[in-house]
Design a protein around this ligand. Structure first.
Ligand SMILES: Cc1cc2nc3c(=O)[nH]c(=O)nc-3n(C[C@H](O)[C@H](O)[C@H](O)COP(=O)(O)O)c2cc1C
Length: 357
């Protein structure tokens, strides 16, 4: 449905080409200091970068409708809204008849019939994530009050993979460049990969890695509401996400136990592990090490070059050429989205487990 979370509940509303997109976040305790400029900054990080993003330019000004008074949370649901201004729905009418391969047009039409709002991708649009970022920043603030930091970066774009060891500092560095690379050496190569795909009328996929540092041991509710389970559910709500792995992830399948097990060590009187192939989670519960996960993001479905599709009216195969405004690579724009979404999950689990009251 459109609501997620147990103690910290998020509801998203709006559509890509409707009047607005927005979020209602219920559960933020009263009295939390809220820096509205910070929310705006995080939302701005999601904007398309010049040259490598969609030409759709939105102001994305976040408006507060409820739950915040004089810079503090009131304890009632916080409603944040962003008005859609730069809307051009003319290119979307055809997708009702000829659905875009790789996009949600066909399934949306079959599930919601003719009344569905497919303009700009409707509720399936990446635009919904503006609201997710705005609300997730509140969760970040809640976590930061407890010295928990969440940051993400682009680990891979197409064939360009960052093979370095990365921590929170590198993830934060990624905010300084348009492809959201963790190292300055990768920026140009990643940019080229996106530009090349765009020039060829195509798109390219990527991997976003997220690190949550400073978490206490004990977040996560077995059996079903594990950190991995809750995180995966949230991440698969982000449009374009096709996979998730924690720590060593799929590479664990080809490892020996002696290699994969993280030895326990004492650091400043606290039990830690000497490395972090578990991604900070054992038995579905945080173990005090940073939670590290990666999401695979598919290449953007809407590409300029002709593709095979079906004309649903005639039943004939046809060539579809898409003229709308699209991102040749979603991964850089997904970075603040993944951060915000992760913060919401961790804050919710913290509240459920009692480490955040
Ligand atoms: C920030 C962001 C921007 C996106 N931009 C586009 C876009 O310009 N064109 C497009 O076809 N898909 C874009 N997407 C992805 C689609 O919304 C998504 O692929 C589609 O809804 C189908 O869902 P699925 O890929 O999860 O199956 C974007 C996603 C995100 C998170």
């Amino acid at each position: 449905m459109n609501t997620i979370g147990t103690e910290l509940r998020l509801t998203l509303f709006g559509t890509s080409h409707g009047p607005c997109v927005g979020a209602v976040l219920d559960g933020i305790p009263p009295g939390m200091a809220i820096d509205l400029e910070r929310i705006q900054n995080e939302v701005d990080l999601r904007k398309p970068a010049a040259g490598i993003g969609t030409p759709r330019q939105e102001e994305d000004r976040v408006e507060v409708l409820s739950g915040i008074l004089e810079g503090r949370s009131t304890g009632s649901p916080i409603t944040l809204m962003v008005v859609n201004r730069n809307v051009d729905s003319s290119k979307y009418e055809q997708f009702k008849r000829v659905p875009r391969p790789g996009h949600a047009d066909l399934v949306a039409r079959s599930k919601y019939a003719e009344c569905t709002d497919l303009r700009g991708g409707g509720q399936f649009s990446g635009r919904m994530t503006v609201a997710l970022v705005a609300a997730g920043t509140l969760a970040k603030m809640l976590l930061e009050e407890r010295d928990i930091r969440v940051a993400a970066f682009v680990r891979q774009i197409g064939s360009v993979r960052d093979t370095g060891e990365r921590g929170l500092a590198e993830a934060l560095f990624s905010r300084s460049n348009p492809v959201r690379a963790a190292s300055p050496e990768l920026v140009e190569r990643m940019m080229e990969e996106v530009l090349k795909a765009g020039k060829e009328g195509d798109s390219v996929g990527g991997v976003v890695e997220c690190i949550a540092d400073g978490l206490p041991m004990g977040l996560g509710e077995p059996f079903f509401d594990t950190v991995e389970g809750e995180m995966a559910k949230m991440m698969f709500a982000v449009p374009g996400v096709k996979g998730i792995e924690f720590g060593a992830g799929f590479a664990a399948a080809s490892m020996r136990g002696s290699q994969h097990n993280d030895p326990f060590v004492l650091v400043d009187g606290k039990v830690r592990t000497a490395k972090n192939d578990a991604g900070g989670i054992l038995g579905g519960i945080t173990n005090g090490m940073p939670v590290v996960f990666r999401v695979a993001i598919k290449p953007t479905a809407s590409i300029a070059r002709g593709q095979r599709s079906l004309d649903l009216q005639s039943g004939r195969e046809t060539e579809l050429k898409i003229e709308g405004r699209h991102d040749p690579c979603i991964a850089p724009r997904a970075v603040p989205v993944v951060e915000a979404a992760a913060a919401l999950v961790l804050a919710d689990l913290g509240m459920r487990g009692g480490s955040i009251d």
